[in-house]
Design a protein around this ligand. Structure first.
Ligand SMILES: *Cc1c(COP(=O)(O)O)cnc(C)c1O
Length: 409
């Protein structure tokens, strides 16, 4: 995306390239003591100089789009700057900062569904979200069922009369199948259901949810947006017509996040493009190497032609991130541990999206497309280290693994 001279002169921010926007959104030096970065505003309380000003603001605040600060639970200039920056990048109306990605998931669902209603959820959903749907929201009368992420044609029959929303995540957690978001959104809307989408993997840098029929996008900002493994944070971005409901629900429930974490997320945005470009290229190099390795059974990565949903990914996404998985033969745990314990640079860790490489054994549950018990899925987050070092690390650990495998054969 490049801007014409007149658009830039007119100050139309949407006309700038994405890297320019990542550098400039959510900053206003003139409003903040001329500091380059929006400062950390610590505030529970805001005061008014007189009753007339207070009354004027009370009236303004009746507009759900109002961006002022009245009380800490509604936000502060740091959190609002982050909300506005990501909403602008995604093409949504407004954002709502949340204390974690999981809180964003719960907040988004509670904003659209009530007791007696149903949410249709992709089978490859983030496991902690699956737990919330099946074990927590069910206690409050919100019903959930799942759909096969690759069976787009089978979705319509799974939509019930009380289905309020379809919940998508592309590519899905651990197995990375890519759903046809625009087509699924068409089906959902034809049945009067909304579309909720977890955009954590791609971020707005690689996927624009609101250009693909999504009504509410949500993020674990904990991952790439913060980008340095040092904060828990979530964000919900909504379409204009839905935003007032989402805002009144999540702020009404008391969800807010602190300005320090919002500051870290804003700082993360400044380098999101360069970080993701490197995560992407290194991950593809590592995945290609793994695919050629004789001990590896397969690679699950949307950028590879054999991957389920690859064509959809190619059509709808502008890139891939650093998170994918590969498969080894299923072996007794002590043998698998030989592989994990010989890794030096890939640390065992539950999260991803930081600068560091991580390895994790996923605990995926599937209703459709059962996972092959003869294959062990291993999830990798390829960090920003020198890629040849990462490959050497895997080579060494896979060598030790092959040796251990032979001993039990
Ligand atoms: C980690 C993750 C979440 C949850 O985010 P937290 O900030 O850890 O609560 C949600 N969705 C996806 C896809 C994730 O990977």
């Amino acid at each position: 995306m490049t801007a014409s001279v007149t658009e830039v002169a007119a100050g139309n921010p949407a006309a700038y390239g994405v890297e320019t926007r990542l550098g400039h959104l959510g900053r206003d030096p003139a409003a903040h003591g001329r500091t380059v970065n929006t400062p950390i505003y610590r505030a529970s309380t805001y005061v008014w100089p007189d009753t007339a000003t207070q009354e004027q603001e009370r009236l303004l605040a009746q507009d759900p789009a109002y961006r002022g600060t009245m009380y800490g639970r509604g936000g502060n200039p740091t959190t609002i700057a982050f909300e506005d920056a990501v909403a602008e990048l995604e093409g949504g109306f407004r954002g709502l900062i949340m204390p974690s990605g999981l809180a964003a998931i719960v907040g988004a669902v509670l904003s659209v569904a009530k007791a007696g209603e149903h949410i249709l959820v992709t089978d490859n959903v983030y496991p902690s979200a699956r737990n919330v749907f099946t074990n927590v929201l069910s206690r409050y009368g919100i019903e959930t069922s799942f759909f096969d992420p690759l069976d787009t044609d089978g979705i319509a029959v799974r939509i019930q009369r009380n289905t309020r929303a379809l919940y998508l995540e592309a590519p899905g957690s651990d197995t990375f199948e890519v759903q046809d978001v625009p087509r699924i959104a068409e089906i959902a809307h034809a049945h009067g259901a909304l579309v909720l989408f977890d955009n954590t993997w791609a971020t707005p840098y690689f996927f624009k949810p609101f250009e693909h029929g999504v009504d509410i996008s949500l993020h674990a900002a904990t991952k790439y947006l913060v980008g340095h493994s040092d904060a828990m944070l979530g964000l919900i971005v909504a379409r204009k017509e839905i935003y007032p409901d989402v805002r009144s629900t999540v702020r009404g429930l008391g969800y807010i996040a602190g300005p320090d974490d919002a500051y870290l997320a804003l700082r993360g945005l400044r380098t999101l493009g360069v970080r993701l470009d490197r995560h992407e290229s290194s991950a593809i190099e590592v995945a290609e190497w793994l695919l050629r390795h004789p001990g590896v059974l397969g690679v699950r990565h949307p950028a590879f032609a054999h991957h389920p949903g690859h064509a959809t990914w190619q059509r709808d996404f502008s890139g891939s991130s650093g998170l994918f998985s590969f498969e080894l033969p299923a072996v007794p745990k002590p043998v698998l541990n030989v592989f994990l314990d010989h890794l030096q640079l890939f640390s065992m860790g539950a999260s991803w999206g930081g600068f560091e490489s991580l390895v994790k054994l996923p605990h995926a549950t599937r209703t459709f497309q059962p996972l092959d018990p003869a294959r062990q899925i291993i999830r990798l987050h390829v960090g920003l280290e020198t890629v040849s070092d990462l490959i050497a690390d895997l080579d060494y650990a896979l060598g030790a693994f092959a040796h251990a495998q032979k001993k039990i054969a």
